[in-house]
Write a protein that binds this ligand. Structure first.
Ligand SMILES: Cc1cc2nc3c(=O)[nH]c(=O)nc-3n(C[C@H](O)[C@H](O)[C@H](O)COP(=O)(O)OP(=O)(O)OC[C@H]3O[C@@H](n4cnc5c(N)ncnc54)[C@H](O)[C@@H]3O)c2cc1C
Ligand code: FES
Length: 271
């Protein structure tokens, strides 16, 4: 784990805002590229960094490593309309420094025998999966990404994905791809996959855990990346503890990647 003042290479808005009367609204999604060779060298897909948004006075915020290119890493993040940290981060300018530490967490693991990987992303959940897809293609795997969003404008742009990834989309309002939730695409693709990797909101995981037969996940190794509120990111504050079949685990240290079946979903907060 390294702690560095990473220089901002670029900050770009990728997706527009999304008003959600029944949930926290999003002011848009951004991509920030940071120069930090020490972290870029060590990082594995599924790991994250803690960003000191606004200095020492606020708790650092966790963000998945979205991409590695040369000495740099990229983070893809949703800015919450009322989010102090994410609003601070999106306002950074090229050449400024951002204090970060990482890489943290366990990361995804691709079994040596796996050839066909299925990646399932709900909204911003594409963040860690892009890096995983890039790595898997490099190992010669075939990669299919199921990408879901509320509406067409909220879909992560295909031009930012490695060209060899096979992309299939779903939108809740039917403005692009199949109409419905991204999990509804799974029955058509899960059977051919050697491994499934997912990142998305809690209801998506609950759905996957509850409907394994319908989604054709029975007997499939499924890894998910869990997002919990984090205080330290270092296993010190116990703020990210979850109940699993193997006892209490800290998401920052033992995760954020877990087997779908290991988590006791009924013990977790609803959203
Ligand atoms: C391992 C991990 C990886 C993540 N990767 C990404 C990513 O790649 N892209 C992305 O957009 N978001 C990611 N998140 C969620 C992101 O950390 C929060 O959206 C962000 O911290 C909100 O900060 P804020 O100050 O704008 O919001 P605030 O609500 O003002 O934050 C207040 C506090 O709540 C915590 N918090 C609020 N919402 C969440 C949440 N959903 N998950 C975890 N902590 C939360 C913050 O860490 C902070 O301590 C990740 C979370 C985890 C745990
Ligand atoms: S965030 Fe402090 S122990 Fe995990």
């Amino acid at each position: 784990m390294k702690q560095v003042a990473a220089e901002v290479i670029s900050v770009e808005q990728i997706l527009p805002g999304l008003k959600r009367p029944a949930a926290r609204s999003i002011a848009g999604s951004w991509l920030i590229r940071l120069s930090c060779p020490e972290i870029a060298r060590e990082a594995r897909p599924g790991q994250f960094v803690m960003v000191r948004c606004g200095g020492e006075l606020t708790l650092p915020r966790p963000f998945s490593i979205h991409q590695i290119s040369g000495d740099g890493i990229a983070l893809f993040f949703a800015v919450w309309e009322d989010g102090r940290g994410t609003n601070w981060l999106r306002q950074k300018k090229t050449g400024e420094a951002v204090e970060i530490f990482g890489p943290l967490g366990n990361g995804f693991s691709i079994q040596p025998s796996s050839k066909n990987l299925l990646l399932v992303a709900g909204g911003t959940g594409v963040a860690p999966l892009r890096f995983l897809g890039q790595e898997a293609l490099g190992k010669g795997c075939s990669v299919t990404l199921l990408l879901g969003a509320a509406t067409a404008a909220q879909l992560y742009p295909e031009r930012l994905l490695p060209s060899l990834i096979k992309l299939v989309t779903a939108t809740v309002d039917g403005t692009a791809g199949r109409k419905g939730m991204v999990t509804e695409l799974m029955p058509d693709f899960a059977a051919q996959a050697d491994q499934v990797f997912a990142c998305g909101p809690m209801p998506m995981y609950r759905d996957m855990a509850a409907q394994k037969r319908k989604l054709r996940l029975i007997g499939k190794p499924v890894q998910i990346s869990l997002e919990m509120r984090m205080g330290c990111g270092l296993g010190v504050c116990y703020g990210c503890t979850v109940k699993t079949r193997n006892g209490l685990k800290q998401v920052c240290k033992d995760g954020p990647v877990f087997e779908l079946d290991d988590i006791l979903w009924e013990e977790l907060p609803k959203s």
